[in-house]
Design a protein. Sequence first.
Length: 363
Amino acid sequence: MGLAQQISAMLGAAWNATPKTLDIVTVNGSAPATTPVTELLLTGDVTSANVPASSPSWTAVVAADTLGSASTVVASNTALLVNDYGGEFIVSGNSTVAGTNGNLLVGATGNYMISSAFGFNTIFAAGAGTVGLGGGLNIIDVTGTGDLVVSQGDQDRIIAAGDLATINASGTGDTIVAAHGSTTVNTSGDSVAIFGGATAGATLVASVTGAYATVSAGADNQTVTLGGADALDFAGSGTNDLVVTGASATLAGSTGDANVTLGGANPTDGANALYFVGSGTSNISVAGSAATLAGGTGTVNATLGGSNGLDLAGSGTNNLMVTGDSVAVLGDTTTGSVLDASVTGAYATISASAANQTVTLGG
């Protein structure tokens, strides 16, 4: 109260002074900064919304029970926090879409981060960024460079049509298509299908730990590790680098050169594998038991270290080192085929058929 009375007295004295004067003082420099408004709340019954551009970027919150079945939100340089079920979101620039209830339809360009909880989400992303989705059945199509996709749903459909994408999927029954460019795929669920593209020179790198997986490399060079049981792999027309530690795999070579390892640290790793050798030069190392190598029209350089193995030699040149016990080698019936075997394992059986045979028996 004392301060207010002093101010009042000073104003009164100034008013009663004669003559009355007004001094104006100009201060150079910028005006005081204003506090930017960077947060929006979308609520009510929204059928469409265009979030205005802002610098710095907006954070827009879509409240629950806001979006109708055909609602569309368009935004640029915006972080959209979606606390509703469903909705269509079109974002560009540097944007984030984070959904808590799923069933999102998102179209994104620029740099993006897209995430959603359990639901049936459909994502089309044509820039560079990260897409992370929870459970449910999700459809994801990324066409940019360097995308990261993290998928936890079952029976997800993921298409990587850009380049240098990385896909980490943990669901069962996922289908992943490396449609264009080089792609890295890591899967842990069962019954996963992975398809390479039609572009020669691209590389499909895959690490598969679930059972009943299918990999078809297409025209890609493949570098694949199959750790789950009962896997099926079709090599592409490019090179074939393959490591198999899961049991009972079936493998089909192709026209490219191959480096194939069947087995791992344990005798059961890679056991009961069946490999149809391709027409390129194949370097094969067998450590798993009861493996079968069939055919091949090119040059085969193989070390047969697993026990109870069977080699049905192809019509080309077969250079074999047999170190496992109870291995059987049957030469090809084609005139001019070559079988050159060095045997140190016990109880081996060698039958040359029509092949030109050079065999050293040391076991």
